[in-house]
Design a protein. Structure first.
Ligand SMILES: [Zn+2]
Length: 121
């Protein structure tokens, strides 16, 4: 992310800091910020797949594939909203979202309400 340095060369000049950890960017060990926002199709043009998978030790997760985001921040916000909606933990990796438990019905409803086309497989 580009930051303006309004006070460059004055006592108020500060090195840019990371939005995530608050450290100066040369100290930061976070993932690099995503490049400039890319264009992603609107929800109605994103074809998602949702399915429930059994994992080891009898754990069940609901997997959503195909979500596209223009930047990391909106992806994080979206994951948080899914977890909130289901009251469950979850994570995302690339375009795969995993929410703990069988949340397929809740997630289908939520994604449909946001305008996505979802197929249940
Ligand atoms: Zn950082």
């Amino acid at each position: 992310m580009m930051m303006m340095r309004l006070f460059q060369g004055t006592p108020w000049d500060r090195l840019p800091t990371c939005d995530h950890c608050g450290k100066e960017t040369d100290q930061c060990r976070c993932d690099p910020p995503s490049p400039a926002t890319t264009t992603v199709p609107p929800p109605e043009n994103q074809k998602l797949q949702i399915r429930v998978e059994k994992r080891r030790k009898g754990k069940t997760v609901t997997v959503i594939k195909g979500l596209q985001f223009g930047d990391l921040e909106s992806k994080k916000t979206f994951l948080a909203s899914l977890k909130d909606h289901c009251g469950a933990g979850g994570r995302s990796e690339n375009d795969v979202f995993e929410i703990q438990g069988d949340q397929s019905q809740k997630l289908l409803n939520l994604l449909a309400a946001k305008g996505y086309r979802v197929s249940h497989c």
